[in-house]
Design a binder for this molecule. Structure first.
Ligand code: C6P
Length: 412
């Protein structure tokens, strides 16, 4: 039996509304999750009481802001078991964290002949920065293939071993595919990369709010995630980097807050994390992210993962019964993250999403920022239902009823 989190719904104000006269069934959590009252309150409390700039002032409010901001950093370190809060850089989100690595590490560590390795299932945010870095440095970008439907759209690990040559300097991969629901064996992938001396960048956008995460167990060098996909606010994220690596990196952006000494001609940098946080940071959202991490750990992340996996398995089984519906990714019985992507014969994904919206159901339809993967799968787009702690089996029943109605309509 999956853990029962039904009481948690009451803590999410946005869930208690009707859409087109129907109770909202929110199944677009892989795009962004809703926020519990504790997170909203933390944000309001910060602005009502502590609002002030950090690291600069000596007055009471500034000191309170600085303490809260640095407490959020220590909380983020504990959340992913980083050895040192200095390994936590606050960013705008997953995308910015990956770009930070590409811009800071890339140009000084890559040359023509080197290889950057990514995979065919990467979100554009973990693909395009590497394309640009390769073009800029003369390095080559190679991709680990995604296996076919019979192999459940997992990574082709035999191909990975062939691709992992000593020329590979960096391997960037997603922990969980936002389109397929595949959970990649992140610790194993990091170990294989380490064996050839390559650094690893883990895109944890879809795992940070759903799975227990321990960077020391994963053995990764960098890991990036977004607050808004884990019950936290938009505009804040975390880039984890191993301390020794960060201290040897040049900054990406420069300006106030990150400099040790400045003359009219030159400047020197503070160590990490300040080196990578130029300008006034997003203090309020870091403080609210702290509340989100407390909230998730209060529920218990293993229980949260079990809940999301169980809902996805139930949804997968129920959707597979609908005529003309093709489910992507892991098969029944295989591990699957809390999302199900599918294509309905005769109906474009955008039409399915529009029709479901009339039933009060929020889905996502499109290429999910995975255009090359969609082309490879031979699909213009898919529909995606993605689950979080407040979803219940009743939401799946509503989804299936709506999809059956839509299927009949389009099948004529
Ligand atoms: N995926 C989705 O609906 P940002 O936008 O920086 O918070 O996250 C980017 C990102 C990176 N990697 C993966 C695996 C992701 O899923 C996402 C965001 C959303 O699937 C928006 S496209």
């Amino acid at each position: 039996m999956p853990p029962d989190f039904s009481a948690v719904r009451d803590q999410f104000p946005a869930l208690h509304q009707t859409v087109h006269g129907k109770p909202l069934v929110y199944l677009d959590n892989a795009a962004t999750t809703h926020k519990p009252r504790a997170v909203i309150d933390a944000l309001v409390r910060y602005y009502e009481r502590d609002n002030s700039n950090v690291h600069r002032g000596l007055h009471a409010l500034s000191m309170r802001s600085t303490d809260s901001y640095e407490a959020a950093r220590a909380r983020a370190a504990a959340f992913i078991n980083a050895a040192d809060p200095a390994e936590i850089i606050f960013t705008r989100g997953t995308t910015e964290g990956i770009n930070l690595v590409a811009q800071s590490w890339g140009p000084t560590h890559l040359k023509a002949g080197d290889v950057i390795l990514a995979t065919e299932m990467e979100h554009h945010s973990n693909l395009v920065p590497w394309q640009r870095l390769a073009a800029r440095t003369g390095a080559t970008l190679r991709l680990v293939p995604v296996a076919g439907a019979d192999a459940e759209h997992g990574l082709d690990l035999a191909a990975l071993d062939r691709l992992l040559t000593p020329q590979v300097k960096l391997f960037a991969f997603t922990h969980i595919s936002n389109t397929l629901g595949t959970i990649n064996p992140a610790a194993d992938l990091c170990a294989r990369a380490r064996a050839v001396g390559a650094l690893t960048v883990v895109d944890a956008a879809q795992s940070s709010g759903h799975e227990p995460l321990d960077v020391q167990v994963l053995g990764c060098d960098f890991l990036s995630f977004s607050g808004h996909k884990m019950a936290g606010p938009t505009g804040i994220g975390v880039l984890y980097g191993r301390r020794a690596l960060l201290d040897a990196l040049d900054p990406w952006q420069t300006g106030g807050g990150m400099v040790a000494n400045v003359t009219y001609a030159d400047a020197t940098w503070k160590p990490s994390p300040e080196r990578f946080e130029a300008g006034t940071p997003n203090i309020a959202d870091a403080v609210a992210l702290h509340a989100a991490m407390d909230f998730l750990d209060g529920l218990g992340r293993p229980a949260l993962a079990a809940h999301d996996h169980a809902l996805a398995a139930t949804a997968r089984a129920a959707l597979a019964e609908i005529p003309g519906l093709r489910v992507l990714g892991p098969k029944a019985g295989s591990p699957r993250a809390g999302l199900v992507s599918f294509a309905l014969q005769d109906a474009h994904a955008h039409d399915v999403v529009t029709f479901a919206d009339q039933d009060g159901i929020a889905l996502r339809g499109g290429h999910h920022c995975n255009q090359p993967l969609m082309r490879k799968l031979g699909l213009p787009s898919t529909v995606r239902a993605s689950f979080y702690v407040y979803n219940t089996e009743a939401d799946i029943t509503a989804l299936v009823t709506s999809l059956r109605r839509i299927q009949k309509f389009f099948a004529g």
